[in-house]
Design a protein around this ligand. Structure first.
Ligand code: NAP
Length: 232
């Protein structure tokens, strides 16, 4: 990787990804909303910032030009197809061979083979209904965004995060193809390590067209079930 674009760079996950990418000596282009540019002040001399809505095709076209990789934070905020518009703009405009990494949560399923606890399903139903009612977020649009990514023949990876917490890095998270795998049971990852997984995925071809569900490598379930032979 020489040059990467981070779409949604000003958020918590985005800022961690900026740090990891700069640590690797890569050139970084960050996209964030106009009103959030100041959140990137700490990096302003070291990265190029393209202000604008992440679902604005012209903004994304400019930002991803010449990038070997694109890291995209998919968020379901609002009811304006923000997530699917963002994913579509990246799919449409990224360089043909670019590695494309997208973030989302465990609730996204690629093949319907994930198995969720009753508590998780209830939480999702209640949050989803409340969010739509208040026009705060549209979880279905994040589902649609991922559906479009899964259907594309691009070199994509969709990283599905567990519940997140702040704190120092615990190392690269472990992953499974399916929620319900006992290795994921602890359902906790540090946000800095979610970002680490996204950034290292750029150079991991084993993750091309995979949708890994991740959990901290130091969590009880990971320590109990880690299979040294590889993913579950
Ligand atoms: N939070 C969790 O527990 C959790 C769990 C599993 C997976 N995830 C996944 O992790 C990723 C990052 O989530 P996060 O919770 O950690 O958030 P985050 O990194 O703080 O990112 C939030 C992003 O949403 C943008 N945003 C906020 N309000 C917006 C609005 N009204 N319209 C458009 N954009 C808006 C922010 O941009 P500004 O800087 O411009 O505000 C920022 O880029 C997401 O893909 C999420 O699905 C989160």
């Amino acid at each position: 990787m020489k040059k990467v674009c981070i779409v949604g760079a000003s958020g918590k996950l985005g800022q961690y990804m900026v740090r990891h990418a700069l640590d690797r000596g890569w050139e970084v282009v960050g996209v964030c909303r106009e009103q959030s540019v100041s959140k990137l002040d700490a990096y302003k001399d070291r990265i190029t910032i393209v202000p604008g809505a992440t679902n604005d095709s012209a903004v994304i076209k400019q930002a991803v030009a010449g990038c070997d990789g694109v890291l995209t934070v998919l968020v379901p905020w609002g009811l304006q197809q923000y997530s699917s518009g963002t994913a579509q703009a990246v799919l449409d405009h990224a360089e043909p061979d670019a590695r494309l990494i997208f973030s989302c949560g465990w609730h996204i399923t690629r093949d319907g083979k994930d198995s969720y606890s009753l508590g998780f399903r209830m939480m999702l139903k209640v949050f989803g209904a409340m969010a739509r009612l208040t026009r705060f977020a549209d979880l279905d649009d994040q589902v649609e965004a991922c559906r479009r990514v899964f259907a594309s023949d691009r070199r994509w990876t969709v990283v599905r995060g567990s519940d997140l917490e702040e704190g120092d890095s615990e190392g690269l998270p472990v992953w499974s193809r399916h929620v319900g795998d006992p290795i994921l049971e602890s359902n906790k990852t540090r946000r800095i390590d979610f970002a680490l997984f996204m950034v290292t995925a750029l150079e991991n071809d084993e993750l091309v067209q995979e949708a890994p569900a991740i959990v901290s490598c130091k969590s009880a379930s990971a320590l109990k079930h880690t299979n040294p032979a590889g993913p579950h």
